[in-house]
Write a protein that binds this ligand. Structure first.
Ligand SMILES: [Zn+2]
Ligand SMILES: [Zn+2]
Length: 260
């Protein structure tokens, strides 16, 4: 039994699970997570319950709305990938192309979804959550999931005709939306204090950036990056100031000066 655990492939999986579990427990016990909560008083059970219900409905409907056409396009040759090992720069280029094109698609459609009936009938449901958590990611009208998630099959069809992407890039692209969604809705800020000050990093979205979109509605429309918001002046003016406030809570209290 012990030999099996320590010598087989299961050992890696077991240690990974134990490592993640200890990080989680350690983070809770030491208050690491609590200090990084963006909206400490934002959680409401009723909203959380609704997110669970909307999330399940959305998953079932949008899996069909996006999954069925994608399967049809693939089986009829409209979505094809190159097989075999690809160069790392090919994968990097294809992934970067997807990343920036999706970000552009998301930003402009998201801004449009904040207008009139488009907001009422499509996007409003997602904004019932004013303090996001992981479940908020799924709590989206299936029509909105179709608009956002539909980009992936459209991109893959276009690339099939222009220059088919490698199956390795495909494996990275497919889970990106859900991973980025969970990341920006996590409700916790884990990035360092200097993130938005450095020219090299400030373009990449942080959780606080999208969290503020849920709290204030009128700014920070980007999904993967802050580029379009910075270019178009739609970034919340107090975003960086409030980001620092969140980070200040995670700092150790300064030692008191000894009284003279
Ligand atoms: Zn919105
Ligand atoms: Zn959101």
């Amino acid at each position: 039994m012990l030999d099996d655990i320590f010598s087989s492939e299961k050992a890696i999986q077991l240690w990974l699970v134990l490592f993640l579990a200890s990080v989680l427990v350690g983070g809770i016990v030491t208050g690491f997570f609590k200090a990084r909560k963006i909206q400490p008083k934002g959680f409401k059970w009723k909203v959380f319950r609704n997110e669970g219900i909307f999330g399940m409905v959305n998953l079932a409907v949008s899996a069909f709305l996006i999954g069925a056409p994608t399967a049809w396009l693939t089986s009829n040759g409209y979505i094809a990938t190159t097989k075999g090992a690809a160069d790392w720069w090919t994968i990097a280029f294809e992934y970067a192309l997807y990343f920036f094109l999706f970000d552009t698609w998301f930003y402009w459609l998201h801004r449009a979804m904040h207008q009139g009936r488009f907001y009422t009938y499509v996007h409003k449901l997602h904004h019932l959550s004013t303090s996001p958590n992981l479940l908020t990611t799924l709590s989206v009208n299936p029509l909105e999931s179709l608009i956002n998630g539909g980009f992936v099959p459209l991109f893959l069809v276009a690339m099939t005709f222009i220059a088919p992407i490698s199956e390795q890039s495909m494996a990275l692209i497919t889970p990106t939306n859900i991973i980025m969604g969970l990341y920006v809705h996590s409700g916790y800020e884990f990035f360092p204090r200097w993130w938005n000050k450095s020219w090299a990093t400030k373009w990449f979205i942080t959780t606080t950036f999208h969290d503020q979109h849920h709290k204030y509605f009128t700014a920070n429309f980007g999904g993967y990056t802050t580029i379009w918001d910075r270019l178009c002046g739609t970034m919340r003016p107090k975003f960086e100031q409030d980001y620092l406030k969140v980070k200040d809570r995670a700092r150790p209290a300064p030692a008191l000066e000894p009284a003279e």
